[in-house]
Design a binder for this molecule. Structure first.
Ligand SMILES: [Zn+2]
Length: 425
């Protein structure tokens, strides 16, 4: 069943690449209307929203009607999950479940149906094929969890490198697997690129590298490309909605409007002009079991006025301007990506969903990490010591970790704050 969905979705997403830009646009508009109407009819949370806004679901006819609906925030999702935000009649146990910390440090649970999950995997595969991946390429992906194995003999060989593993271990694994293709966090690949030796580069010879999960700079990607002597691409996605955009072979971002509807808005909620930075607001087009409609992710991006001649019909995005991550510098001078710290928390949020309601980890001094913690209903000292134990190992036992219980995380007047922060400069 799942493989059938995956085969269909792979055909669909690859076929979409050959449509004209206007056909893609029309199809996205149609999908948007269908997705919002479905949510308004079948998802209790949106049914209430429509009622409160005084809108009849059948009056939703055009993408411009989207402006009549309020935004969806992570708090809304968290409070409504599962019963209010999941469509009537969904068999939650048959769905793919996940949770994320996002960049703000609050746990957020969500599900997608097997059909949606297959579609998301297919959009992922399309990003790979777009930049030259072929099924016989050996691939190493750096993530905090491993995917289910999909290998078919010599085809689809994907090897997991844990993102929280020490860099030496990650480099050993690369030497062992000798990947044609590396997919992972920009900061980690960048760190690896600064450490590889000439003899490593005789063994580790990727044909292409794909960065994701965090903002990478052109400088960072160029530096990686220089070391490995291969093209480096960037992909932008969220765990809740999957693929949003990715760099093509011409190094232009294309927005995957067959998966998400994207708005770029100013602080008053008005659409900004192409070329101007705006807050990215996403609406899922392919997740009827748990739709995200006008979902604020807090990132900033700019649409482009340019077109791209790579052949992709998807609209061009100029740049992403959010999600910059800091790194921690340890007393011995080495640095640890803040993403590894965040991923350590994520591992435990997946293990004990209500261990922490919210947290912020701040490196106060080189040898001191303070965790502000809003305890969850499943909190216990023993469980939380697993978190601090893992953090201590990650920080090479060079950093004292303190925990400060708080009732809420102080936002300091900022709308978006970082869950992982370093005050060491
Ligand atoms: Zn292009």
């Amino acid at each position: 069943m799942f493989w059938g969905h995956l085969a269909n979705a792979s055909l669909e997403v690859h076929f979409n690449q050959f449509l004209s830009p206007s056909a893609i646009k029309t199809s996205a508009e149609r999908k948007l209307v269908r997705a919002v109407r479905h949510a308004g009819k079948h998802v209790p949370y949106y049914r209430d929203l429509f009622k409160k806004a005084g809108i009849d679901v059948s009056d939703f006819k055009d993408p411009s009607d989207l402006k009549k609906l309020p935004f969806l925030t992570k708090d809304h999702v968290r409070n409504a999950y599962p019963h209010a935000i999941v469509a009537d009649g969904t068999d939650i146990d048959a769905c793919h479940y996940s949770a994320t910390t996002g960049s703000t440090g609050r746990s957020l649970p969500f599900i997608y149906s097997p059909k949606t999950f297959a579609f998301y995997l297919a959009t992922n595969l399309r990003v790979y094929t777009m930049i030259g991946y072929r099924p016989w390429h050996r691939c190493c992906y750096i993530k905090y969890t491993a995917m289910d194995s999909v290998a078919m003999g010599p085809w689809f060989n994907f090897h997991h490198i844990p993102s929280v593993a020490p860099i030496e271990k990650q480099m050993d694994m690369l030497r062992h697997y000798r990947p044609d293709f590396i997919d992972g966090y920009a900061s980690i690949i960048y760190e690896i690129s600064r450490r590889v030796t000439a003899s490593d580069l005789k063994i580790i010879r990727p044909k292409m590298i794909l960065c994701n999960s965090e903002m990478s700079t052109v400088h960072q990607r160029n530096a990686i490309a220089d070391v490995f002597n291969c093209p480096v691409y960037d992909e932008y996605s969220t765990e809740e909605t999957w693929m949003v955009a990715s760099l093509c072979k011409n190094q232009n971002y294309h927005l995957f409007t067959d998966n998400v509807w994207v708005e770029f808005l100013d602080s008053d909620g008005r659409e900004v002009k192409p070329g101007e930075p705006g807050e990215i607001v996403l609406t899922t087009l392919k997740s009827p079991a748990m739709p995200f409609i006008r979902y604020r992710i807090g990132d900033i991006g700019r649409m482009s006025t340019r077109s791209c001649d790579c052949g992709s019909p998807f609209p061009v995005l100029e740049s992403f301007e959010g999600r910059a991550d800091d790194s921690f510098i340890l007393p011995d001078g080495t640095y640890v990506s803040s993403l590894k710290v965040l991923n350590t928390f994520t591992m435990y949020i997946k293990k004990y969903l209500h261990l922490m309601e919210e947290f912020r980890a701040v490196q106060m001094e080189k040898d001191w990490l303070d965790i502000e913690l809003v305890k969850g209903k499943e909190y216990s000292d023993a469980r939380f010591s697993e978190v601090t134990g893992s953090l201590s190992t990650l920080l090479k036992n060079q950093v004292k970790i303190t925990v400060t219980p708080v009732d809420a995380i102080d936002l300091n007047g900022k709308i978006k704050r970082k869950a992982i922060e370093s005050r060491v400069k």
